[in-house]
Write a protein that binds this ligand. Structure first.
Ligand SMILES: Cc1cc2nc3c(=O)[nH]c(=O)nc-3n(C[C@H](O)[C@H](O)[C@H](O)COP(=O)(O)O)c2cc1C
Length: 203
């Protein structure tokens, strides 16, 4: 079995995306990958964060999570991105990181990797698919290989989003076992695809 490097890069204000990201890490590790969990830098002003105690608390709770850098993208064979749904789109914090990757893209260093994405919204029809598809636009530009979960595991018929693991957090309810299982499945599938590609390329 070839060794696969998986980067899980996410943004989370109040912990729900972070909880999915941890399940993604578990799934990737169980599939045999070396895994880096990385948050993107917070860009919101302190007064916005301070106005929501659960946001400030989550920042404190995840102070030990490393901040994503270009070296994480270069290192990874597979990258799984997590973001809240913000007005039907990925969070600006994650976009800000993605928008620094021009030099890597220009050198072709983001091409041929496996990409997959997961999200959290407050409402069931609040834009989970549009958020995930919007991240897909970037993966196309990078020349990435998009590996969505589809309906490739029984848990997908319960979690119900073939575009990527999603959780409805209305009222800040953390993801339950179905969403966490879907996240583990999505990671396993992405890692296994990356491993097959790597083995094929080195054969
Ligand atoms: C500025 C802003 C915009 C949001 N837009 C949406 C939205 O379009 N649809 C939705 O269902 N929830 C929306 N939400 C709720 C967030 O998606 C939800 O609180 C968040 O994803 C929870 O993830 P986290 O705990 O990891 O931060 C929005 C929240 C904020 C602060």
């Amino acid at each position: 079995m070839v060794s696969v490097n998986a980067a899980v890069i996410y943004y989370s204000s109040t912990g729900n995306v972070h909880a999915l990201a941890r399940a993604v890490v578990e799934g990737a590790e169980k599939a045999g990958a070396q895994v880096r969990l990385r948050k993107v830098a917070e860009t919101a002003p302190p007064e916005a964060i301070g106005a929501r105690p659960e946001w400030a608390q989550h920042l404190k709770d995840t102070a030990d999570v490393g901040v994503a850098g270009h070296e994480d993208l270069e290192w990874a064979d597979v990258v799984l991105f997590g973001t809240p749904t913000r007005f039907g789109s990925p969070a600006s914090q994650l976009r800000a990181f993605i928008d620094t990757t021009g030099p890597l893209w220009f050198q072709g260093k983001l091409a041929d990797k496996v990409y997959s994405a997961f999200t959290v919204s407050n409402t069931a029809h609040g834009g989970q698919e549009s958020t995930l598809l919007a991240l897909g636009n970037t993966f196309h530009h990078w020349g990435g290989i998009i590996v969505p979960p589809g309906y490739t595991d029984p848990v997908q018929f319960q979690s119900g989003n073939p575009y990527g693991t999603s959780h409805v957090a209305g009222g800040n309810t953390p993801p339950g076992e179905v969403a966490l299982q879907a996240a583990r499945h999505q990671a396993r599938r992405a890692v296994e695809t990356a491993a097959a590609l790597k083995a094929g390329r080195t054969a």
